[in-house]
Design a protein around this ligand. Structure first.
Ligand code: SF4
Ligand code: SF4
Length: 286
């Protein structure tokens, strides 16, 4: 049987997505954990996995010119639609930040001076936490292909869950609705959107609802720091009712939660009652 997969997402960073994921991990106990927020992976700070192994992540290829073979004809400069090649002292030079690996320059070069090379974009890690196996990764600064890396992590987590007979995967997804977020949520059994009662929340909740609906993913919402702006929270609830969005929990602001996270502790005791209620609601989905 395919393990259930819950992905925790948000419209923007800093809404408490990772803290909620860590609390759910602690609450469920035996799970496979996947930190798919590869641009800012911080779930490991709270879960402290014992390292089991790491692998380089190779993204797309980029062009490289062998200056000893380059005759300076500029054919590659003219052919590159991404303006990734310039001439310097009579030789072609590739700016790898602009190169999209399309291979056109290699094909047009009359001197076979260009080759396409794999580029390391980050590292993936396998670890073991007190709650179960964990897959996570770090994308290099400015690294490309984060969606592909997220896909690798999710496939690894699914394989581990199947091998070990663990029925649940909990994924800390990237914020937003770009490629890595879509890569983290497609095919999941449930998306939990964490939002805060602010003006931006309405926009975030609306666009995330549209994305999850587009991919047919059941979606639930948690309002974090709900007591900081009670009027906004009420408005969010009204919107939820009108939009048929299911709110499964409200988390109040507590200084003790901030302190626990600063001490790299999961705030289990500080939010015991709130997580119990969220778990009750989640049982409906699982
Ligand atoms: S096409 Fe080849 S030979 Fe011509 S400038 Fe580019 S790398 Fe050099
Ligand atoms: S591989 Fe494509 S994008 Fe990269 S330098 Fe060559 S032509 Fe430009």
């Amino acid at each position: 049987m395919k393990p259930h997969e819950i992905v925790v997402i948000s419209g923007k960073g800093g809404t408490g997505k990772t803290t909620l994921t860590s609390l759910l991990v602690a609450s469920f106990g035996k799970t496979v954990i996947c930190d798919a927020d590869v641009d800012a992976p911080d779930l490991e700070i709270l879960l402290k996995p014992e390292p089991l192994g790491e692998k380089p992540f190779w993204g797309m290829q980029t062009a490289k010119v062998d200056p000893s073979l380059c005759a300076g004809c500029s054919a590659c400069v003219r052919a590159c639609r991404f303006d990734a090649i310039t001439m310097a002292e009579g030789k072609a030079v590739v700016n790898t930040s602009f190169c999209e690996g399309c291979d056109v320059c290699r094909r047009v070069c009359p001197e076979s001076a260009i080759s396409l090379l794999d580029t390391r974009q980050g590292t993936s890690y396998e670890g073991l936490t007190d709650f179960g196996p964990m897959w996570h990764a770090k994308l290099n600064p400015g690294g490309e292909n984060s969606g592909k890396l997220v896909q690798f992590l999710r496939e690894s987590a699914l394989r581990t869950a199947r091998e070990k007979g663990i029925p649940l995967i909990l994924t800390d997804g990237p914020p937003g609705i770009a490629c890595p977020a879509i890569s983290a949520m497609t095919g999941a059994d449930l998306a939990i959107v964490v939002t805060e009662p602010s003006g931006a929340a309405f926009h975030d909740v609306d666009r995330l609802s549209q994305v999850t609906a587009r991919f047919g993913i059941p979606t639930a919402f948690v309002i974090n720091k709900a007591d900081l702006a009670p009027r906004m929270t009420e408005k969010l609830k009204e919107e939820a009712k009108a939009g048929n969005w299911k709110i499964i929990g409200e988390i109040p602001f507590k200084r003790a939660v901030v302190d626990a996270v600063a001490e790299t502790r999961i705030p289990v005791l500080e939010l015991e009652e709130e997580i119990k209620l969220i778990r009750k609601e989640l049982d409906v989905f699982l």
